[in-house]
Design a protein around this ligand. Sequence first.
Ligand SMILES: [Zn+2]
Ligand SMILES: [Zn+2]
Ligand SMILES: [Zn+2]
Ligand SMILES: [Zn+2]
Length: 261
Amino acid sequence: MQTAASDICKSVLRELQCPACKQYMVPPIALCLGGHNICSNCRPTVSSCPTCKQEFLQTGNISLENLSLQIKFPCRYSNYGCQDTFPYNGFREHEAICGYSPQTCPVDYMWLKMVCTWTGISKDVKEHLHTAHKELCEDYNAQHLLLLPRSNDSLYTYKFLFAFNEIFCFRLIIQCGVMYFVLHYIGAAKNDLKYQYKIMVSDNEDTESVVVTHLARSFTGIEDQSFFPKNCLKLHCDHLERFKNKKGKLPVLLKILRFDD
Ligand SMILES: [Zn+2]
Ligand SMILES: [Zn+2]
Ligand SMILES: [Zn+2]
Ligand SMILES: [Zn+2]
C-alpha cells in the first residue's frame, strides 16, 4: 500500500514538472488550447505553447493547481542527499538555503592563482576549508585583531572566518596608499544582509579612533570584476599613520555583527 501511495506521488510530481524548465509548477499553472501546462516563471517568456504552438487560455489548470496544493515537494537537491519535503509555498524558500546545494571551493573565487578543484555540497564547505586550506582559516572570537605590516606597500590578503555558525571571508587590499576592506558572507545570498562588520583603528590610549561600519557582501558578487573597489570599505593609509604601534604595525580590530531577525 505504501508503495502504491508513493508511486502515485511520483506520478503527480512528474505531472507537475514544467515542460520548459523542469522545475515543479505551483499556482498559477497556465494551460494551452492543446492541454499542455507551463509554470508561472516560464509563461511570460513565451507567446505560445512551446509544445504545440497553440495559444494559452485565460484560465489556469485548476485541477493541477489543486493537486499541487495537496502534495509535498522534494527539495531539488534530493539527488545530493536532502531528504526534506515541503508544501507548494515552502520548497523554493528552502532551496535557497539548502545545505545540500552543490558548491565549488570558495578559495577559487578569491582572485588568486591558487586553484582548488573541490566540489561538494554547501554544508561541507567549512570542513573542506579546514582540511584543505587550514592556513587560510581562522576562528573568530567576537573580535579579530589584524596586525598590518609596517610599510604601505601593495598587499592582498584574505582569511576565512567562522562566526555565528557561518563562513565569512575577510579581504584586505592595499593599493596606492589606500586600504580596502571587505567582508564576504559565504552562504545563501538571501542571508547576506543579516551581517555587518566594523573596522576599528585606535591609538594606544584609546583617545582617537577611526570606526567604520559596512554591510557584509554576498559571495556571489565576486565574479563581477567591478565589485572592487566600489563595494569595499576604504581608508587612506595616510590617515592611519598615527595609529601605528611602537613596532610600526597598525592594529586593526574587526568585529562581525548580526542584525536580529
Ligand atoms: Zn517553467
Ligand atoms: Zn500546448
Ligand atoms: Zn534541501
Ligand atoms: Zn578548496
